[in-house]
Each structure stands twice: as structure tokens, then as C-alpha cells.
Design a protein around this ligand. Sequence first.
Ligand code: MTE
Ligand code: MO
Length: 199
Amino acid sequence: MRTDNIIKSPDMTRPDRLPPGQHLREDWPILHYGDVQDTELPKWIFKITGLVDQQKELTHEEFSNLPHVDILTDIHCVTGWSKYDNLWRGVSTAVIKDLVKIHETARFVTIHAAGEFTTNLPIEEFFKEDCLFASRHNGELLDLDHGYPLRLVIPALYFWKSAKWVTGVEFTEKDSPGFWERNGYHNHGDPWKEERYSQ
Ligand SMILES: Nc1nc2c(c(=O)[nH]1)N[C@H]1C(S)=C(S)[C@@H](COP(=O)(O)O)O[C@H]1N2
Ligand SMILES: [Mo]
């Protein structure tokens, strides 16, 4: 594995790297609600909407031409499994700031995915340096089951925030709970605080 220029997720260097209540897995389970979303690349569009000066749409070719990074992260799923050492390649969330001017009133991000899936997070957690829109995992193109052509990766939060089949981001002033957040999962989802379920 190449190790130059790889950003390492800060949580990987904790003395105890496994969050409370989690167990390690070597394989990679597939979990999502509803159907696998198979979008033909020519029809695929990435939209940046909400509190921005001008909304923006990118084709798959335009998105693929954005600068790419390699980021190494652990995965922590709310159902209890964790998977170490995932090398993702894709576009850093920070690149969004070069594409649009985000209003200062923006405090939250809603991630939109094919099949009307959404998830929400505070803007500062979306822009952490280990967050990216990934198209590759451990050197291979993402499997359709794992979100091809593009998935979000937010390493510091439970994996349900890492939306598969992403189609866009929306910047908002108010927080708006996403799909799992409306269906019993915690609104925030910090694995180190075991923010698993709501109430
Ligand atoms: N579009 C979409 N993305 C999603 C989900 C979903 O239902 N739809 N589920 C989330 C949940 S609950 C988990 S645990 C991870 C699982 O990702 P994986 O199947 O690649 O392991 O995807 C997340 N992303
Ligand atoms: Mo999940």
C-alpha cells in the first residue's frame, strides 16, 4: 500500500481505537434501506443547493476531474461492527468550498442520495479534513452495493451518515433530520459517546 500523501483519520491514533460497544469485522457488511440505486453515469448529476450564492450542478465527468485525495479511516456502524484500515479515494468535502460560495448563515448540511435517502450533519463536521466523497475503496472502484459511483465518508460519526449513491449536498440554517435520524437513530451519532438511538 502506498503511504505517501495519505491523510489518516485522527480517530485511528487513539490509544484505544475501538469505540465502546463495538466489535471488529474483517468482511464488509452491506446495509441500507430500500433498493440498491443504479444510476447510469450519463444521467448522474451532483447538485450543490441551499444557502450558496449560486447553485451548482456537476456531471460525472466534471466531478471526476476535481482534485482527488487518499484518506485512511476506520468504519463504525451503529449495529455494532467496526472495520479498520479503509483506504478511500475521492474528492475532499473541502473542495465544495472552491465550487460555490457558502453563506455565513449555513450551519447544517443535508446530504441527498438516490432513492430519496437523506442524512444531516453540522457543517463543521462535514468539512473535517478526513471527510470525502469516495469513488474507490482499497484501490478498487466502489461496488454498486457500497454506493457506486459515489458515497460520502464521515469517519468521526456512525456509518449511517456516510450516504451511499450520493447526488448532492444542501446547506441549511436549521437542522433537518434525515432518513435514519427520523427513524430512531440519534440525530448526531458520535460513536465515542455511543450516540446510537434517539430518546
Ligand atoms: N443511500 C443510502 N446510504 C446509506 C444507507 C441507506 O439506507 N441509503 N444506510 C446507511 C447505513 S445505516 C450504513 S450502516 C451504511 C452501510 O454502508 P455499507 O453497506 O457500504 O457497509 O450505509 C449508510 N448509507
Ligand atoms: Mo447502519
